[in-house]
Design a protein around this ligand. Structure first.
Ligand SMILES: C[S@@+](CC[C@H](N)C(=O)[O-])C[C@H]1O[C@@H](n2cnc3c(N)ncnc32)[C@H](O)[C@@H]1O
Length: 214
């Protein structure tokens, strides 16, 4: 969402509990050329993928090494989930877009907090939160870099968002439990192509856009 929108507020904050993602953004923001150097001579191979999959968790890496490995893993994994190697024809080490991404991140604050702490810290009457939580029932497919996202956490998020001063837009999968959690909110149904299914492109995937304002 961030990269599809131009800057729209004086203060923009990006948050994720996954420290690898946050470290990648930080390094792209401050050291894009160092990331480029790390990636330049890598092969697009299953062997490198498997090696980096273990290695990127090594605490002795520099932030730049970790960021470059994570970037590689995102680019070479099936559905960018950093779980299985996906040999799609694309240049995994192509860093052409880094300059553009760096430009977008220039004035963005990058946080690495649990959603509850983050929302509490930034909630004001003029705040607009865009929340993209793990979809209900598919939590295991995300590398949270932390504790798994439980049913109770979905409930906690809903409870917090019911009581914020600011506005919120949430995206979720269309599910009875989620509809029940956000009863009374403005719920819009949309459908998009499911690019991640084996019959990709043929199936429609139903999602909800949920807002606390009309
Ligand atoms: C549907 S993904 C959205 C990712 C991101 N918005 C994107 O488009 O690439 C859900 C994200 O929630 C993050 N997450 C999981 N538990 C969290 C928590 N307790 N607080 C904040 N973020 C969390 C995961 O790390 C994951 O990146």
């Amino acid at each position: 969402m961030l990269f599809h929108k131009d800057r729209h507020a004086k203060l923009e904050v990006y948050n994720d509990i996954n420290s690898n993602l946050v470290n990648l953004f930080k390094c792209v923001k401050y050291h894009p050329n160092a990331i480029k150097d790390e990636l330049e001579n890598l092969l697009y191979s299953r062997e490198t993928f498997s090696f980096f999959k273990d290695m990127h968790k090594n605490p002795n890496l520099t932030d730049i090494q970790r960021a470059a490995m994570f970037f590689y893993l995102i680019r070479t994994s099936f559905a960018s989930k950093v779980v299985n190697f996906g040999s799609k024809h694309k240049d995994a080490t192509n860093t052409d877009r880094l300059a553009e991404i760096r430009e977008r991140l220039k004035a963005v604050v990058i946080e690495n907090k649990d959603f509850a702490a983050l929302i509490k810290q930034y909630d004001r009457p003029h705040t607009l939160f865009y929340c993209d939580p793990p979809y209900y029932g598919t939590e295991r497919y995300y590398d949270h870099g932390g504790a798994p996202f439980t049913k109770e956490m979905h409930q906690k998020l809903a409870e917090i968002l019911r009581n914020i001063k600011g506005r919120v837009i949430l995206s979720y999968n269309d599910d009875g439990f989620i509809r029940e959690l956000y009863k009374g909110f403005n719920i819009e149904e949309i459908s998009r192509q499911n690019n991640l299914s084996p019959t990709a492109g043929r199936e429609a995937y139903r999602e909800l856009i949920i807002r606390n304002y009309s």
